[in-house]
Design a protein around this ligand. Sequence first.
Ligand code: GLN
Length: 292
Amino acid sequence: MTIREAWAAGAQALRQGEVATESPELDARVLLCWVLKTDLTGLLRRYSEPFPDQESVTWARVLAERAGGVPVAWLVGHQEFMGIEFLVARGVLVPRADTETLVEAALELLSPLSQEKLRVADVCTGTGCVGLSLAASARWRQSWELWLTDLSPEALAVARANTVSLASGLQVKVVDSDLLAEVPGELDLIVSNPPYLTTEETRHRKASGWQEPELALDGGEDGLELVRRLLEESFGALVEGGWVLLEAADAQMEKIGALARLVGFSETRLWRDLSGRQRVLGACRGGFLSGL
Ligand code: GLN
């Protein structure tokens, strides 16, 4: 069997797996690159070579795991986000392209800023991808104090590992914290991709073979339990003119905007993802013209 034939058979196995895979060809290619320790160009170049016998057990194992619903990023151990490779491990939410909207929105708010010292928190950080990629792209990051918080031990370990490899020289604190509980106040910016699926939606995903942890997905009965608490805590923690930016689903945005105003935020803004769905809501504490 050639490497190309192994890829085709792998893609076919994923197409017929118990859990529907959205992109069987691509998944098989990424997994095959990992098994053969090569990149896409290397793989294409080796397509006509025989598939190495000594790798067949590993190849069969990762295909079976993927067909059973294990995310590709968990199997290969990394995922690209904002052009940066983040370590990912089992039990930790895999960074999504949609979440790049959150980083873009934060960068947009930060761009006119002349202030150097900023205190920024990424709440429910998971791999740390939002806070760390934001810090990687922002001006003045050397004088930032960045807090990454999560409750999951798996997420905290991965966020720490990503901090070590991607944020050397920056002031980053990875803390085990229920939302902002362990973060001292006076923050300039809070970003978060909290769990916002409803319990029903989470149950559905689980039933269809989804493996990512409920802790990262389930936002309670209406999906907004964490969002509600985070808006309240953020209002107390932000400086005048500071912003909280939250990822959520399009259909939830109207309600979240109303909640933010109820909590006392004076201005809200929305950002859309690449598919045109409302994906990020920003709420500013302070007057209309105050900005950051
Ligand atoms: N956007 C994610 C998804 O649909 C949900 C993650 C979350 O709840 N923050 O998979």
